[in-house]
Design a protein around this ligand. Structure first.
Ligand code: ACO
Length: 358
């Protein structure tokens, strides 16, 4: 049996392919580097949803319908905020998504994709004692996300950086959260339920919960002289270094370099990147010494942390911001599963005691 389903093929998809040996991510036949930073989030959503929704999506249509969906979802924000005051931001987002209906009239892929930035922005503001900001349906999704968080429009460079990030993480094969979404979709439970389940799987530190802890690591190290001792101590007590290692990639995660380039264009990014690069080099060296037979390299979360920090987003919102990009892929996989798939129902191997013979 394969521990953790390592290497098991559990679905066929036309959406994305993670080439673990070659270090390539292919989305709908195109390599990530051709897409990230070069096409909008809406064009990426239209590309991933192509053939799965009716009418056939295009960039302008997705922008208009996502804008309208943000406005619709925002209506539930005043009811949501008082109910989630005692919860963490991600728990608040979970609560907000749970309040959407699988019977809603608006197409559910739009509702789910619109809901995450609308709720996340309102929750970030609420944590800081600020009133929510209503969506502007005329803006692009990434630009409006930042505007709803800040109350003012972000600079073009900031919008571009966030958009590059959201596109970069929009889909990634059968990762744990996407698999969760497909399992739920395979029971015909509905898209909102499947997205909610996927969010719960994303939350853990071994999947989408890593970038906040990456910054905690950089802060914990503090300065260049402390890098090696800090890493040795952490590994010595059995901890994992956040932002390193991957189930599929046996080389560097291609998303790391795309995000590293994106953060370099942001104000305040340069010094932090220089220090992070020092930490990265040392971490890779220590991991190679400790695991000579298993290549552990930098993953997407390492530079995600730096990019989201440079956008002045709070650490406890990082996983929820990840979800704002990944929901596009979740929705595509759910639609694909609903269209082509069978109930996903594997078997377990029983290793417990057998009943006593009578
Ligand atoms: N730091 C230290 N040791 C590690 C790390 C790490 N980041 N990653 C793997 N290892 C070790 C394991 O402990 C294991 O050691 P052992 O053989 O002595 O028990 C060995 O390397 C092999 O581990 P894998 O089988 O390759 O790990 P797996 O595929 O189960 O896990 C995972 C992949 C969860 C990403 C892991 O590398 C990890 O925990 N990384 C840190 C968390 C992280 O960055 N998560 C984000 C991933 S990207 C994403 O999901 C968006």
């Amino acid at each position: 049996m394969s521990d953790g389903l390592d290497g098991v093929i559990a679905a066929e998809t036309v959406l994305s392919h993670v080439d673990g040996a070659g270090g390539r991510l292919i989305l709908r036949g195109r390599q990530l580097e051709e897409i990230a930073g070069r096409q909008s989030l809406e064009a990426t959503a239209a590309m991933l949803w192509h053939g799965l929704v009716d009418p056939m999506p295009d960039e302008a249509g997705v922008q208009a319908s996502l804008g309208a969906a943000r406005v619709e979802v925002y209506r539930s924000v005043p009811t949501l905020l008082p109910l989630v005051r005692e919860l963490t931001l991600l728990e608040g987002l979970r609560f907000g998504l749970a309040g959407l209906s699988d019977r809603a009239e608006r197409p559910h892929h739009l509702l789910a994709t619109a809901a995450i930035p609308v709720f996340v922005a309102a929750l970030i503001r609420s944590q800081n004692g600020m009133a929510p900001v209503a969506p502007d349906p005329t803006l692009g999704h990434a630009a409006d996300f930042l505007r709803m968080i800040r109350g003012v429009e972000a600079t073009p460079a900031e919008t571009q950086a966030l958009e590059t990030y959201l596109v970069t993480v929009s889909d990634h094969g059968l990762n744990a959260s996407t698999f969760t979404a497909r399992v739920i979709a395979s029971t015909q439970a509905g898209m909102i339920s499947a997205v909610l389940g996927a969010l719960c799987a994303l939350k853990g530190p071994l999947h989408g919960g890593a970038p906040g802890p990456v910054l905690d690591m950089l802060d914990g190290i503090g300065g260049a002289e402390n890098i090696r001792p800090w890493l040795e101590t952490e590994l010595g007590r059995g901890a994992r270094l956040m932002g390193f290692g991957h189930r599929v990639y046996r080389v560097r995660d291609p998303r790391a370099d795309v995000l590293k380039a994106a953060v370099a264009g942001l104000r305040g990014g340069a010094n932090r990147i220089a220090f992070a690069e020092q930490v990265e080099r040392a971490a890779l060296a220590v991991l190679r010494e400790r695991h000579p037979g298993r290549r552990l390299d930098t993953n997407v979360e390492f530079y995600t942390a730096l990019l989201l920090e440079a956008l002045q987003l709070p650490r406890d919102a990082f996983t929820a911001v990840f979800a704002a990009g990944r929901v596009i892929g979740w929705a595509a996989h759910i639609l694909e599963q609903e269209t082509n798939g069978r109930l996903i129902r594997p078997q377990s191997k029983y290793v417990g005691p057998l009943p006593q013979a009578a």
